[in-house]
Write a protein that binds this ligand. Structure first.
Ligand SMILES: [Zn+2]
Length: 509
């Protein structure tokens, strides 16, 4: 390939934007353009690398080569569910591996297995293959507990980097790492209290947790916080947590399986609920509602809760003695500074790139089934992964560079070498170039030729920016010194070798 024919120029100067430094290097070297509304635009050099990343992270990580699907962009989850139900009939069809493009730059992988153990084994094998890939690419990726896309249990590989588009929480003390939606901060235990009877007290004008706590002289941790949300269909979801804790709406949404918005006063009124004084104790809504409680309400203390009439609260409320919940599950928001779930140390925020997510889906009664050897229906066990090829590529650029540009690992580089020809009209140079081309081609090397009439300085600067593993220079001077100058992109200096020694010298890396 001639550099002149390449679509995508290098840039000496490029507009600054908040992004990982590796992404800026890709833009300067002509691999990538970005647009604030369209996202990533990969130029030919970048697209070639994406293909290699795809092969490394999707094609090679599975014991079974995945079959490729094409799915509509919308409602992929529902389509998959339908497809698996319709297409999988017998144990003879399992295991299956499928992959498809979930959205531009993100490859999805699906595992279908006959048993939970088989699924775990296969997903773990891929997980370790990815770990080996990071080691090969010299990426310092860390395992993080991930927020599930569906209702399963999820983990991810993330690489910390400044100005990364993703963020997660990390414990500097014990190394625990997870996305906010996946971690439950440690909840400080409260000293137990002997049970009291429920009594109603007047709390005029106290419609917030803080005002009730101040008025009654109790800490907010001894109150029950009640927050109302509504589904798009208007069903009221009532979330209850200990008063000193915040609710993570994402966790609540996954618990009820619907997107939620804060309930409006009209929606609450229609359901017969008194905002500001509501609690699950003695609540008799006109419409059916769903009460979701966080385990923090299980503390053996006498809580203050709303009395479901304006101006009054209840003291001495205990769960489960005084009220029921429909779902008891983690609802607490994790954030920077929250106590680590494992050791209680304060959590830090880590910016970075989430490279891959992997999720094991729970088996549900209406899920897809297959018939075993005896004709008995059994659930299909399903796992998924999303490989973010764009982020993997940015991570590689982030990890492999110097102040002059990229230093690409050979397994990912779009070409093996950058061949700089100086003075191409010189007959000796022209002859050496012909022999060089024959040698490289004969050995299966794919190279980027630079025969432009630019100065040596311009050409070397471009070669450094683009960062192919080798720079090979043919010039009257190199010929005078005995042959061809070669320089590994990562090396500090170059050497001159004869054409006969060339391939040995290049494979010596
Ligand atoms: Zn910790």
């Amino acid at each position: 390939m001639e550099i002149e024919r390449l679509f995508g120029r290098t840039r000496r100067e490029i507009g600054q934007q908040r992004e990982p430094a590796g992404q800026t290097r890709l833009r300067r070297a002509g691999y990538l353009r970005t647009s604030s509304d369209a996202g990533f635009i990969w130029l030919p050099l970048g697209a070639m690398m994406l293909e290699r990343v795809q092969r490394l992270c999707v094609g090679l990580v599975s014991d079974v080569q995945p079959l490729v699907l094409q799915l509509p962009e919308q409602d992929q989850e529902a389509w998959l569910h339908e497809l698996i139900k319709a297409e999988i009939r017998s144990y003879r069809q399992l295991p299956q591996r499928l992959s498809w493009e979930a959205r531009p730059g993100v490859s999805a992988i699906l595992w279908l297995e006959a048993t939970q153990d088989d699924l775990e084994t296969c997903m773990n094998t891929s997980w370790e293959d990815w770990q080996a890939t990071w080691a090969r690419l010299n990426l310092k990726a860390q395992e993080i507990v991930a927020t599930p896309y569906m209702k399963g249990s999820a983990r991810a590989w993330g690489m910390p980097c400044a100005d990364g588009p993703d963020a997660w929480l990390t414990c500097p003390h014990c190394g625990e790492a997870g996305e906010t939606g996946a971690l439950r901060p440690r909840v400080s235990p409260l000293p137990e209290e002997p049970p009291q009877e429920v009594e109603e007290v007047a709390t005029p004008g106290c419609t917030t947790i803080q005002s009730v706590a101040d008025f009654l002289g109790v800490p907010t941790s001894h109150t029950l916080k009640a927050v109302f949300y509504a589904t798009p269909q208007g069903r009221i979801i009532f979330a209850v947590v200990r008063g000193d804790l915040e609710i993570d709406v994402g966790k609540l949404e996954r618990a009820v399986g619907a997107s939620l918005h804060p309930a409006s006063s009209e929606e609450l009124e229609a359901a017969g609920i008194v905002a500001g004084y509501a609690s699950p104790v003695g609540l008799h809504p006109r419409e059916p509602i769903t009460v979701v409680g966080d385990p923090s309400i299980q503390a053996n203390i006498n809580f203050v809760a709303g009395a479901n009439r304006p101006g009054y609260h209840l003291r001495g409320v205990r769960y489960p003695r005084d009220f029921e919940v429909d779902i008891l599950t983690d609802l607490i928001q994790a954030h920077e500074g929250a106590p680590c779930p494992a050791c209680g140390h304060s959590l830090d925020q880590t910016d970075g790139l989430v490279l891959i997510r992997q999720e094991r889906l729970p088996v549900s009664p209406d899920g897809p089934t297959y018939l075993d050897e005896t004709g008995r229906p059994l659930p299909v066990h399903i796992g998924m992964a999303w490989v973010d090829l764009h982020r993997v590529l940015v991570a590689i650029a982030e990890a492999h560079h110097d102040e002059r540009g990229l230093i690409l690992p050979s397994i990912i580089a779009p070409y093996d070498a950058h061949v700089v020809v100086l003075n191409p009209q010189n007959p000796a140079v022209a002859e050496a170039v012909d022999q060089l081309a024959e040698q490289l081609e004969g050995n299966g090397w794919e190279v980027l030729w630079d025969r432009r009439s630019e100065s040596a300085g311009v050409k070397f600067t471009d070669a450094d920016l683009i960062g192919l593993p080798w720079r090979i220079t043919v010039s009257p001077r190199s010929l005078k010194q005995g042959g061809i100058e070669i320089k590994a992109r990562a090396a500090a200096s170059s050497t001159v070798v004869s054409l006969d020694e060339l391939m040995d010298a290049l494979s010596g890396d």
